[in-house]
Design a protein around this ligand. Structure first.
Ligand SMILES: CC(C)(COP(=O)(O)OP(=O)(O)OC[C@H]1O[C@@H](n2cnc3c(N)ncnc32)[C@H](O)[C@@H]1OP(=O)(O)O)[C@@H](O)C(=O)NCCC(=O)NCCS
Length: 179
């Protein structure tokens, strides 16, 4: 299995992975989001990676640009997601490899912070912690019971612990339907 950057011609297979992984209700919404996200100029710089085995695509992850509003410090930031692994390939470490490869590449390219809105039980294993604890708020209010699902991973040491800033996502992710 290898991880590589996605190409334009992968789009149909990528959308299918998200449909299959997220299921009948959420799948079509997420795959439409993926199509929009991969064509969104406001998401750039964007890192889109696929997991490929025997010329078959079995996983996909994307990291798109976010801005931190009203902060003095210049912090280069991305948001992880969506992430999906084809059902036949789940629980074999592919999701983890996509997350870790993406974070490593972003760290090498000088990114400071990566956000994610997802299951804390999954993302905490990669070093993501509750973002509101350091004062970084999501672009839209999220239900109090999901507060711990709004997370951030610090890639560099120069991150203040007491910011009071809101995050602005790219156009495709900013639709309140995704929050
Ligand atoms: C979540 C997902 C990407 C994980 O990919 P994967 O390749 O199966 O994950 P890995 O093999 O790297 O890791 C599997 C581990 O994650 C756990 N896990 C999988 N999905 C999880 C979830 N939603 N919440 C918490 N833990 C989860 C498994 O129980 C397993 O735990 P273990 O290592 O203790 O056995 C995949 O299950 C998927 O595509 N799910 C549907 C779409 C989705 O929920 N995407 C993420 C949105 S936040």
């Amino acid at each position: 299995m290898k991880i590589r950057q996605s190409h334009d011609q992968d789009i149909k297979k990528i959308m299918q992975i998200h449909v299959d992984a997220f299921g009948a209700k959420e799948g079509p919404i997420v795959s439409e989001l993926i199509k929009n996200l991969l064509n969104d100029p406001t998401a750039i710089p964007q890192l889109s990676l696929v997991a490929e085995e025997n010329r078959d695509l079995i996983g996909h992850i994307t990291f798109s640009k976010v801005e931190i509003e009203e902060t003095q410090q210049q912090l280069e930031s991305r948001i992880l997601g969506p992430l999906a692994v084809a059902p036949k390939a789940m629980k074999q470490g592919i999701g983890s490899k996509l997350v870790m490869t993406g974070c490593e590449q972003l760290m090498q390219s000088g990114v400071n912070l990566i956000f994610v809105y997802g299951d804390p039980n999954y993302y905490s294993r990669f070093g993501f912690t509750t973002a509101s604890k350091i004062g970084l708020l999501p672009p839209h209010p999220i239900p109090i019971e999901y507060e711990e699902a709004w997370m951030v991973k610090k890639l560099t040491a120069n991150i203040p612990n007491n910011m009071n800033s809101k995050i602005k996502c790219c156009k495709a992710l900013n639709d309140p339907i995704h929050w």
